[in-house]
Design a protein around this ligand. Structure first.
Ligand code: ATP
Length: 612
C-alpha cells in the first residue's frame, strides 16, 4: 500500500516536473525575439517593467489622496488642500503613463509579430531545404513540419507576450505584497500559500492538454487532409464527379466530433478545478480583507490605508486570475515551440562527398549488385541490380508497376542510398561525388514532375536555376523538348502564366505539360545523363515517335535512361533491362530479348497484338 502510494506520488512529481520543464521554452522564445529585433525587445521589456510597477504606485497615491482629503477636511488649511490636489495630479500623470505603456506594448507586439512570423517561417523553410527525401515521406516528421508552419507567425510572440505579461503581473503582485507587508507579513504569507494549489492545477491540466494534443496528431492530420481534398483545385474535379463531397465532409465531421468530445471533457474538468481552487484563494483574500476592515474600524489603520488595501485586494484578485490564465496559455505556446525546435534541431545527414571528377572519366554509369529497401518497408524494392551504361548508350527499363524502375532512378540521383552494393559514376561511388557536381550531370524528369504556377519560360528555366531567366536558353531547350510550336501559339508565348492559381493563368493539356517538363531536362546543357521516367505517357503517338527520333539525334553523346510502358519507344534503346519485383530478370537488345522468348518477348507480343 505504502509502496503504491509512493509510486503514485513519484508519478505525480514526474509529471509536474515534465510540465514545469516546458517553461524552459520561454527563455528560448525571448532569445528568438531578441535576435529578431533588439530595440523592440528592449522597448517591450522596459514597458513591461513600468506597466508592472504602475498599479502598485497608483494604489499608493490613491491612499495618499484619501488621507489628504480626510486631513484637509479636518484642518481646513489651504496647504493641505494643495497637497491633496498635487496627489491627484500625480495620479492623473500615472494613469496617463499607464495608458501610454499599454499602447506602447501593443505597438511593439504588433511590429514584432510581423518580424518574428517572417523569421520563424524563413527558419522553417531553410530547414526544409536541408531535409532528405525520406523526411518528407515520414508522416510523423511531415506532421511536425506542417504544425510548425501553421502557427509560425503567432505562437512565438504569443509566448513572449505572455511571459512578459506574467512578469508584469508578478511585479504588480509583488508591489501589492509590498504594500500589504506594511499591514502584516502574515497576510502576505496566507495569500501566497492560498495561490499554490490553483497554480499546480493549472500546470497539471496544461500538461494533460499537451499529451492529448500530441497523441491525436494523426487525427488532426487526417482532418487537414480532408480539408485539403475538399478545397483544392487538383482534387475538385474528381471529388465532384464521383460525388465524394458528402462522404468526405461526414468523415471530417466525425473526426471533429471525436476530438471535440475529448476537448470538452478536459475543458470542463480544468474549469471546475480551477474554479474551486481559485475559490480557495478568494476565501483567503477575503479572510485577510475582513481582518483589514476590522483594523480600520478599530482605528489601527487610516481610511487611506483601507482604500489602498481595497484596491490591492480587488486588483490583486484579477491580476492573480490573469497570472493563472497566462500560465495555461504559456504552456500551450511552449508546446508549439517544443515542436518547432524538435523540427529545427532534427539531425540531418549531410552529403560527405567532394569529388568533382571520377577516377575513370568516360567509364559511364554502373550499378554493382545494388539492393535497397525503403525505410519502414520489409520487402526490398531492388535486389542485386547490376548494369553498365557507357557514354552515348541508351538504356530502357521495362517492368510491371511497382517493379522498382523509379527506385533505381532515385538511387542514381542519390535521393536514397543503397543498403548494399554501389552506384558508380566514372569509376567513383556517387556518395563520394560533390552533390552539386553530380546533380549538374543528371537531367531527370520524374513521372510526377512539378507543374509550377509560373510562366512557361520559368517552367522550362527551372531545369537550371542559374539560367532561370535566360530566354534564348528556354527557346533552345523548348526546341529540343519539341514544345516550341505550341508555346509560340500561346498568347504571351514564353511569358504566358501557367496554371489556374494566378491571374490570367493558362492551363495546358497533360501532353503539353510533359513537353514542358522534357524541355526542362534539356536546360541542363552540361548533363550527360538524361533520365526520362515515362515522359511520353500523355503524348499522342505521332508526338512520341517524333520526340524519340529527335531525342536520339539530340543526345548522341549522352547516356539516357528511359522508363516506359510503350514498347514502340523501348525497342529503340541500345540496351533493355526487364525488372520484376526488384530483380533484373532479362537484359539485352530488343532483338536478343525477342530471340530468347522470355518475359520481354511475352510482353512485347501482348502489346503488339493490341495494335493489330
Ligand atoms: N517512398 C516509398 N516508400 C516505401 N515504399 C515505396 C516508396 N516508393 C515506392 N515504394 C515501393 O517500392 C516498390 C517499387 O516502386 P517503384 O516506384 O520503383 O516502382 P515502378 O517500377 O517505378 O512502378 P510504376 O511503373 O508504377 O511507376 C513498390 O513496391 C512500391 O510500393
Amino acid at each position: 500500500m505504502r509502496n503504491s502510494q509512493r509510486n503514485r506520488l513519484r508519478q505525480r512529481w514526474q509529471s509536474l516536473r515534465q510540465s514545469l520543464s516546458m517553461y524552459q521554452y520561454c527563455g528560448r522564445a525571448i532569445a528568438l525575439v531578441w535576435t529578431t529585433n533588439r530595440a523592440l525587445t528592449i522597448a517591450l521589456m522596459v514597458l513591461t517593467l513600468v506597466a508592472g510597477l504602475l498599479p502598485g504606485a497608483i494604489a499608493y497615491v490613491g491612499k495618499l489622496i484619501v488621507d489628504g482629503v480626510v486631513l484637509a477636511a479636518r484642518s481646513g488649511l489651504a496647504s493641505d488642500r494643495w497637497h491633496t490636489l498635487t496627489y491627484l495630479g500625480i495620479e492623473a500623470g500615472l494613469i496617463a503613463l499607464q495608458a501610454g505603456c499599454k499602447q506602447g506594448l501593443a505597438l511593439c507586439q504588433s511590429l514584432l509579430r510581423a518580424l518574428l512570423g517572417h523569421k520563424v517561417n524563413v527558419l522553417i523553410l531553410e530547414k526544409a531545404l536541408t531535409l532528405n527525401i525520406s523526411h518528407f515521406e515520414d508522416s510523423e516528421f511531415y506532421d511536425k513540419m506542417a504544425r510548425a508552419r501553421r502557427e509560425a507567425s503567432s505562437r512565438p510572440l504569443s509566448l513572449v507576450g505572455r511571459t512578459f505579461s506574467l512578469v508584469q503581473d508578478t511585479l504588480s503582485l509583488i508591489t501589492y505584497g509590498g504594500l500589504l507587508l506594511h499591514f502584516s507579513p502574515w497576510a502576505v504569507l496566507v495569500l501566497m500559500v492560498a495561490a499554490v494549489p490553483a497554480f499546480i492545477a493549472e500546470t497539471r491540466f496544461a500538461g494533460e492538454a499537451f499529451r492529448l494534443f500530441r497523441w491525436r496528431a494523426p487525427e488532426t492530420r487526417q482532418q487537414n487532409y480532408l480539408e485539403w481534398l475538399l478545397s483544392n483545385d487538383t482534387a475538385a474535379m474528381e471529388v465532384k464527379l464521383y460525388q465524394l463531397g458528402p462522404m468526405l465532409l461526414r468523415r471530417y465531421r466525425d473526426i471533429f466530433r471525436h476530438l471535440y468530445g475529448e476537448d470538452r471533457d478536459l475543458t470542463i474538468r480544468r474549469g471546475l478545478w480551477s474554479y474551486f481552487l481559485g475559490l480557495l484563494s478568494t476565501l483567503a483574500f477575503y479572510a485577510a480583507y475582513v481582518w483589514i476592515v476590522w483594523e480600520a474600524i478599530a482605528g489601527a489603520i487610516s481610511l487611506g490605508d483601507l482604500t489602498m488595501y481595497l484596491v490591492v485586494f480587488r486588483q490583486g484578485q484579477s491580476t492573480f486570475a490573469s497570472v493563472l490564465s497566462a500560465i495555461g496559455g504559456m504552456y500551450e505556446d511552449s508546446l508549439y515551440l517544443s515542436n518547432l525546435y524538435e523540427y529545427l534541431e532534427q539531425p540531418i545527414t549531410k552529403p560527405i562527398g567532394h569529388a568533382t571528377r571520377g577516377l575513370l572519366p568516360g567509364d559511364g554509369l554502373r550499378f554493382e549488385k545494388v539492393s535497397f529497401c525503403y525505410p519502414g518497408s520489409t520487402e526490398p524494392a531492388l535486389k542485386d541490380v547490376s548494369l553498365h551504361l557507357k557514354p552515348g548508350q541508351k538504356l530502357a527499363i521495362v517492368g510491371e508497376n511497382g517493379s522498382g524502375k523509379t527506385t533505381l532512378i532515385k538511387l542514381l540521383t542519390r535521393l536514397y542510398t543503397p543498403d548494399s552494393g554501389r552506384v558508380v559514376l566514372d569509376g567513383l561511388d556517387v556518395r563520394e561525388w560533390d552533390q552539386d557536381a553530380l546533380q549538374q550531370r543528371i537531367g531527370v524528369i520524374f513521372q510526377n514532375f512539378v507543374r509550377y504556377q509560373f510562366t512557361v519560360g520559368e517552367n522550362i528555366g527551372a531545369g537550371d536555376v542559374a539560367f532561370m531567366e535566360d530566354e534564348p536558353r528556354w527557346q533552345d531547350a523548348a526546341e529540343k523538348g519539341t514544345a516550341q510550336p505550341f508555346i509560340e501559339a500561346l498568347p504571351d508565348s514564353y511569358h504566358t502564366q501557367l496554371g489556374r492559381w494566378f491571374k490570367s493563368g493558362r492551363e495546358l493539356s497533360g501532353g503539353q505539360w510533359q513537353k514542358i517538363a522534357l524541355s526542362r531536362a534539356f536546360m541542363r546543357t552540361k548533363a550527360d545523363i538524361l533520365v526520362l521516367d515515362e515522359p511520353t505517357s500523355a503524348m499522342d503517338a505521332e508526338a512520341e515517335v517524333r520526340i524519340f527520333d529527335h531525342f536520339r539525334a539530340m543526345t548522341k553523346q549522352q547516356m539516357a535512361i528511359l522508363i516506359s510502358h510503350r514498347f514502340s519507344t523501348v525497342r529503340m534503346a541500345d540496351q533493355i533491362m526487364v525488372l520484376q519485383a526488384g530483380k533484373v530478370v532479362e537484359q539485352g537488345t530488343h532483338d536478343e530479348l525477342l530471340r530468347s522468348s522470355g518475359r520481354y518477348a511475352q510482353l512485347f507480343a501482348l502489346q503488339a497484338a493490341g495494335y493489330r
